[in-house]
Design a protein around this ligand. Structure first.
Ligand SMILES: [Fe+2]
Ligand SMILES: [Fe+2]
Length: 298
């Protein structure tokens, strides 16, 4: 397979052994509008705290079931490292939510819906052992590969989003986002490699990308609206697509053009996640991240 011209082409030098890092963040000094003058962009990014805890625990739940299907020892080690990192990410984002609640923005009405989505709709279902159960496991493995395309995209974006520094983003929040983003870049090939190893069917890859993309757009715009419309510091504020596009132009969110270009990238038959982003840049950030190195406020 790997010698055919239309097979994914990994960049071997981008691989590295994965480790879960203990991190420590303290939120008491982080304001609700942690990105000064950009409440819409801040809330759009805050949606990560709503989606990731449930989403990443779901990754871990699915991957524990797929471990017996892995026959390659290096990939198994990658998946175990991935599970450790994602469990840590979920816990770190979870810790932000009570702080948002203390600042007057209780996220539980929204997180209850997200928990239902991942635990019930995307959960194990009561399928008998055999083809149906395997089919559903492979669908979810493919969906995770598609979602990880976007977590890697966002990780690469946040590592390079100098505009967040220029606008005076809260250093603790920026460190959480960049520590997480750097680990997403570091492990960006694992979900794709796992999918290719246990299934690799192109039609499944394309179909589950469409499902994952639609779900992400739906959940993200709902989450952004939830935060913007319940912001106690901006009564009556509304969220709109235009604000998203303009924030992307200012560099405080990913640009719409970059997001659109990432679609054919993932759907290309020669795509491999190691072709995008820089492991060296991620490693450099992780070596200097205050949260990943003792947790002193940056
Ligand atoms: Fe993550
Ligand atoms: Fe990830």
């Amino acid at each position: 397979m790997s010698n055919t011209p239309l097979a994914p082409a990994p960049v071997a030098s981008e691989h590295m052994d994965l480790q879960a890092r203990n991190v420590s963040f303290s939120w008491e000094d982080t304001p609700l509008h942690w990105l000064p003058g950009e409440p819409f962009a801040g809330h759009t990014i805050n949606v990560l705290h709503l989606l990731l805890p449930a989403g990443e625990r779901w990754f871990v739940h699915v991957y524990k079931q797929v471990l017996p299907y892995i026959t390659d020892e290096r990939l198994r080690a990658d998946v175990v490292g991935f599970i450790g990192q994602e469990a840590m990410h979920a816990a770190a984002h979870d810790d932000v939510l009570p702080h948002l609640g203390r600042l007057g923005l209780d996220p539980t009405p929204y997180t209850a819906q997200v928990d239902w989505l991942f635990e019930k709709l995307l959960g194990d279902r009561t399928l008998p052992p055999g083809r149906a159960r395997t089919w559903w496991l492979m669908e979810r493995v493919a969906m995770i590969a598609a979602i990880e395309h976007y977590t890697a995209f966002l990780g690469d974006w946040v590592l390079n989003a100098q505009e967040l520094d220029r606008r005076g983003a809260d250093p603790m929040m920026l460190d959480l986002l960049r520590w997480h983003g750097a680990e997403e870049v570091e492990h960006r090939s694992v979900a794709f490699d796992l999918f290719m190893h246990v299934d690799g069917n192109y039609r499944r890859r394309a179909r589950t990308w469409a499902t994952a993309f639609a779900a992400l757009v739906f959940l993200w715009q709902r989450g952004t609206r939830f935060f913007v419309e319940n912001d106690p510091l901006r009564p009556g504020a509304k969220a709109s697509l235009g604000q998203f596009v303009r924030a992307g132009r200012r560099g405080v969110l990913p640009s719409t053009g970059a997001m659109l270009r990432s679609i054919p990238t993932y759907l290309s038959r020669t795509y491999h996640p190691s072709q995008e982003g820089s492991t060296a840049q991620a490693a450099a950030y992780l070596a200097s991240s205050p949260g990943a190195n003792g947790g002193v406020r940056p």
